[in-house]
Ligand binder design. Structure first.
Ligand SMILES: [Zn+2]
Length: 365
């Protein structure tokens, strides 16, 4: 591609269905249009921030039949190749997932991947491997993956999706460019739900909610936690309830921690927990967000809230904690989460957490 072509290509609309994320869009768009794509990218960002959407758009762009046409977006979304890839039907775009029952991607999954990589693509020039939760690959799996990652066949592109790429071995990170997806602001989420989302059911639900209850709609944007994925989930009753349940658990956990009389409340609450690892980690992450709001409210009158829907609510929760209490709780939760990211037993880990909080509360009395 000549310089003039690259200049012209800048005017091409890149990844039209990805919301926000302009740095990632321009970097990848240029790499694809100038055929200078690396053989592997780490896409790092929180849940619902567009990692999966970006990965599918990259895969479609590579084989889009209108790639070089200035009149089409990249990918065009209309050609047979785009349609096949974006509907998840292409055998050349392979999703690698962690076994549902396991907390990590194991060496068995990597072995399967290595066997598949050597088979040439079916329909297109490329084979794209989208590795979900790549940061849960255990050390053995990462080491097994290294050689393939270093010298894959020419037609292979690896996209490693991570919530925390820092968990990957340095040797893996050094072999792939890291791109980050960014949290989306509420206005963009609102615009997406109401007007831009491809799914007409989502658009209808959003417009209906905004019309019948603008307050509920604003609350939904707040609860979406800057994530389009979560906002869409909140519009649907089936997926909304688990999110609300997790938030409720986080609030109850904080109330139980503030009880100075003993650990009974905390232990009783833990007894009601599901014992599911991912759900527990999500609940603890929400609790940390609440603790962060409570810490900020003690220090500033204007800091934006990320968990509580009002400053009054945050202040009321914060009133039974001192600043050092809040920091202690935050760190204790961080430690608990880190144990859970290994294979520690969920319930025992939570009980240890309760004991830590109780010991601290006793010292304070
Ligand atoms: Zn196309």
């Amino acid at each position: 591609m000549s310089v003039a072509d690259v200049e012209r290509s800048r005017e091409k609309k890149i990844f039209p269905t990805l919301i926000g994320n302009d740095p990632l869009r321009s970097r990848l768009g240029e790499d694809i249009l100038s055929s200078s794509l690396s053989h592997a990218y780490i896409i790092d960002g929180k849940k619902g921030s567009g990692k999966h959407t970006a990965a599918m758009l990259i895969a479609a762009s590579l084989s889009c039949e209108n790639k070089d046409s200035p009149h089409h977006a990249l990918p065009c979304g209309e050609c047979p190749s785009c349609k096949k890839i974006l509907s998840g039907k292409s055998p050349d775009v392979i999703l690698v997932k962690r076994d549902d029952k396991k907390s990590s991607i194991t060496v068995d999954t990597v072995r399967e991947l290595k066997n598949s990589v050597i088979i040439t693509p079916n329909d297109t020039e490329y084979k794209v491997y989208i590795i979900e939760d790549a940061d849960t690959m255990n050390v053995q799996a990462q080491n097994a993956f290294l050689l393939t990652l270093e010298e894959p066949p020419k037609y292979v592109l690896f996209l490693l999706l991570c919530e925390n790429s820092g968990l990957l071995l340095e040797t893996v990170r050094s072999r792939a460019a890291t791109l980050r997806t960014e949290p989306t602001d509420r206005e963009k989420i609102s615009e997406y739900l109401l007007n831009r989302c491809d799914n007409s059911e989502v658009r209808e639900r959003a417009n209906e909610l905004k019309r019948t209850s603008p307050e509920e709609f604003s609350k939904l944007l707040l609860l979406s936690d800057s994530s389009i994925g979560q906002a869409v989930d909140l519009l649907d009753e089936k997926t909304r309830n688990p999110i609300l349940k997790n938030r409720e658990f986080a609030s109850e956990l904080i109330l139980a921690m503030s009880d100075r009389r003993g650990a009974e409340k905390l232990l009783a609450l833990i007894a009601t927990a599901s014992g599911k690892r991912e759900e527990t980690v999500e609940q603890l992450t929400l609790t940390q967000k609440a603790l962060r709001d409570m810490t900020l409210i003690k220090r500033s009158d204007t800091a934006p809230m990320i968990f509580f829907t009002s400053r009054e609510e945050a202040a009321s929760f914060a009133s039974s904690f001192t600043l050092p209490d809040l920091m202690f709780a935050y760190d204790a939760i961080a430690e608990t989460k880190s144990s859970l990211s290994g294979n520690a037993n969920v319930r025992l880990t939570l009980i240890n957490f309760a004991v830590k909080i109780k010991t601290r509360n006793n010292k304070g009395n």
